[in-house]
Design a binder for this molecule. Sequence first.
Ligand SMILES: Nc1ncnc2c1ncn2[C@@H]1O[C@H](COP(=O)(O)OP(=O)(O)OP(=O)(O)O)[C@@H](O)[C@H]1O
Ligand SMILES: [Mg+2]
Length: 466
Amino acid sequence: MHTLLIVDDEKATRDALRMALEESFDCYLAADLTQAEQVLKSEDIDLLLTDLRLGGDSGMKVLDAALELKSPPVSVMMTAYGSVDTAVEAMRRGAWHFVTKPLNLDEVELLLKRAVRSRGLEKKNEELVIENETLKKKTGSKNYGLARLIGKSAPMERIAEKITQIAPTRATVLIEGESGTGKELVAHALHDLSGRPKEKFVAVNCAALSAQLLESELFGHEKGAFTGATQRRVGRFEQAHGGTLFLDEIGEIDPATQVKLLRSLSERTIERVGSNNPVEIDVRVVTATNKHLADLVEKGDFREDLYFRLNVLSVKMPPLRDRREDIVLLASNFLEEFARENNRPIKPLSDAALTRLLSYSWPGNVRELRTAIEHAVVMSNQDTLDLFHLPDFLDEPKRAADPQSEKNTLAPMDEFNLHAQEQRAIRGALAATGGNRTKAAILLGISRRTLQRKLQDAPPTERHTS
Ligand SMILES: Nc1ncnc2c1ncn2[C@@H]1O[C@H](COP(=O)(O)OP(=O)(O)OP(=O)(O)O)[C@@H](O)[C@H]1O
Ligand SMILES: [Mg+2]
């Protein structure tokens, strides 16, 4: 069980928190700074939950003391309703998150559990990065691990955690998700973190080949196996021996190849076309589809037995519209990438442009966002990237058809949503910059003072989500 230090000067709050949390955490209590410092020194504390106001002292001091430790706990600050400024300040100093009082105990528990998960992951990632560095030096090949998979939203955090967990196993993985959600990136990450990343990653796009070509592509063929087979050819399965075989668009494979694939997976051997000699293979198979494979099974287009073979482990990529918190972070990364690539200065997005990015439905998901940012970087001849630098297709059809809205620089929704969108943009920017207001303001293309004012405008319900 993880250790949790609860610091609050009110006994009632301490007791309530202990009662709510002691089933999940090994709880320690402190009523003031001195007591807190003592516990931090003598115990190995994983999590710190401290009130900001501790009688005469500030919870910031507890935070500072915690951060000085060799392995500091993940810290969550409790603040009074309405003091979002100090909360942001606490995050800037190194707190992981904050909650506002009055506390919702269930929420606090969920948040602390998320904190443990994210910390566990960070530690693992650090180790992997070091491993990868050594590996890169040894092999000269790039190993990114999870680094290329950008996103801090709760669904993306869960996906990163899952990838780390399942990557070292040999079980087949089915990655499902709409086009452009990052399925191929996930397949690469699974390979990079597999523990045998020095071995090959071999990808086959099953939709791009005719049935016969696909079969010989996957399994290889003997000389003379069919007209045109003038030479013996080693298939992708054999090429991937020891490593990962990524079968993209698996929903497109024809019935005959489905049978052959099923047999290869269950027997761990393959037969080249035109040969009866089984060849042993040791390959981790990862597949991806933007279709719902279970539906294809239902319709009789995909073998159920093969589906179960492929779907031992699964990763479901959420569409971008369901994790809008990631938009700002993704956009700023792509912005940097394309500015560098095109030798242009990095410019902030205007308020209007950002609002549009946040309200658009992104049917093409992250790929579409990436293209939109590239477009804007190339088109902009000003100091900011503005609405009219974005591609036209970001105008939702409803809006384009309505001449009334032409002057309106905002997304199709309406003013009712405007405030929520703005707050989402602000939260996204703060998350993207680790709570640094100055940088967040730059990212949003507004002054720091405006940001400050907008933060004060935030209704209480929006204050404690990140
Ligand atoms: N989380 C992410 N972070 C950074 N870049 C991403 C992310 N997700 C997707 N991308 C980028 O978006 C583009 C599309 O990603 P990818 O090819 O992995 O999507 P996909 O799900 O395989 O799509 P499709 O079904 O069309 O093949 C790539 O340029 C990829 O680098
Ligand atoms: Mg793909």
